[in-house]
Design a binder for this molecule. Structure first.
Ligand SMILES: Cc1cc2nc3c(=O)[nH]c(=O)nc-3n(C[C@H](O)[C@H](O)[C@H](O)COP(=O)(O)OP(=O)(O)OC[C@H]3O[C@@H](n4cnc5c(N)ncnc54)[C@H](O)[C@@H]3O)c2cc1C
Length: 328
């Protein structure tokens, strides 16, 4: 039997951190069940294959050709269904991102099986049941989800588990060409991919600099971007900032935005409402800069600076630049 992972690297050939996390979880499940981890990789480069192998894949099937129909997630689900049969898979692990949420739901419908969405860790696994933990009530409590039945689908919340980097470095790798599994009701005429240039994608970032309403307006975001650039960090924001169109919505973190778990989260001019904390409280180290010493965020902070962002942040940026210059 096997545990199957679907990893889409078609954007630029590079594997996403979220797919490596899904492979790590698949390896944890497979180790308990004495199963193999099979990754269906879509257009991955050599480095992707190596990283998947290190994260625990025993077998990697790399689809090398373009299949535009896969931008319809119901088609992706059908493709995975085909490999579930050929690889004798009992469990499918997906990342709980936009693609995984949709593909997981379609797949659960096709297979008529249970799905565990947004899990954060594996608790137990035996041949009949898998048990996972997930956050509920904005991270204030945990729930245990059990899956039983012949087929099981698990969606892992990104940044919930560290990526394994040395499980196995000799996965069996096969390059294949595939065709779209079924005729669709929707015809895809062309696919345009967005590029974020050299910016670090927020869900993948290890360092994040985030701004809130305390920044007063979009014209002041230069100090956030300068600090992020000096650190090599991604930028994020609170929800009111995105709602006011000061920043794009894909930067909004929290209960209704992205959930991130970087190594360092610097919150500038953000009060620390429970809905914001729901998306960032898993960060390894939290630094808060706020004029109000009573701001709730200080309770969740590892380091706090009570001060005006417009004075503190440029000084911090300068200090980081100077420090980096001494390291070269
Ligand atoms: C159902 C629901 C879902 C929600 N989901 C989310 C979510 O996903 N993400 C999210 O962020 N919010 C979410 N919210 C909104 C949330 O409740 C808060 O209103 C929001 O997080 C506040 O944003 P803020 O901290 O940027 O602004 P504010 O609460 O206005 O805080 C601004 C902070 O900046 C400080 N400040 C002011 N001037 C300066 C200065 N010069 N230097 C330094 N600090 C300064 C102030 O002291 C204050 O603490 C949700 C709300 C609801 C009801």
């Amino acid at each position: 039997m096997s545990v199957l992972v679907y990893a889409d690297a078609s954007q630029n050939g590079k594997i996403k951190k979220a797919s490596l996390e899904a492979t790590t979880l698949a390896h944890q499940i497979a180790s308990k069940l004495n199963d193999k981890v099979v990754v269906i990789l879509y257009k991955g480069n050599e480095e992707s294959k190596q990283k998947l192998s290190q994260a625990g894949a025993h077998k990697i099937i790399n689809i090398t050709n373009d299949i535009p129909e896969l931008s319809d997630f119901s088609v992706t689900a059908k493709l995975i269904q085909k490999y579930i049969a050929s690889e004798n898979a009992s469990t499918v692990v997906l990342s709980y991102d936009n693609q995984g949420k949709a593909v997981g739901a379609y797949l659960a419908g096709l297979l008529n099986c249970g799905i565990a969405p947004a899990v954060t860790s594996l608790l137990e696994a035996d041949n009949s049941t898998l048990r996972f933990r997930k956050n509920v009530f904005s991270g204030k409590a945990f729930a245990t989800i059990s899956l039983s039945g012949d087929k099981k689908i698990v969606c892992l919340l990104p940044n919930s588990i560290p990526v394994q980097t040395s499980a196995n470095s000799s996965a069996e790798i096969t390059d294949v060409t595939e065709s779209a599994p079924a005729k669709n009701k929707v015809t895809i005429k062309s696919v345009e991919k967005t590029t974020s240039g050299d910016k670090i994608p927020l869900p993948e970032a290890e360092l994040v600099v985030s701004g809130g309403r305390g920044l007063k307006g979009p014209e002041n975001w230069g100090i956030i971007e300068e600090l992020a650039k000096a650190l090599g960090a991604a930028t994020a924001c609170s929800r009111p900032v995105a709602d006011a169109h000061w920043r794009p919505h894909h930067e909004h973190v929290g209960q209704t935005g992205l959930a991130i778990r970087p190594n360092l989260y610097i919150a500038i001019g953000i009060s620390g409402a429970i809905q914001h904390l729901a998306g960032v409280s898993g960060s390894k180290t939290i630094v808060v800069i706020n004029t109000d010493k009573e701001a709730p965020f200080f309770k969740a902070a590892d380091y706090g600076i009570v001060g005006d962002a417009f004075e503190v942040v440029p000084k911090l940026t300068e200090a980081i630049k100077k420090f980096k210059a001494t390291q070269q």
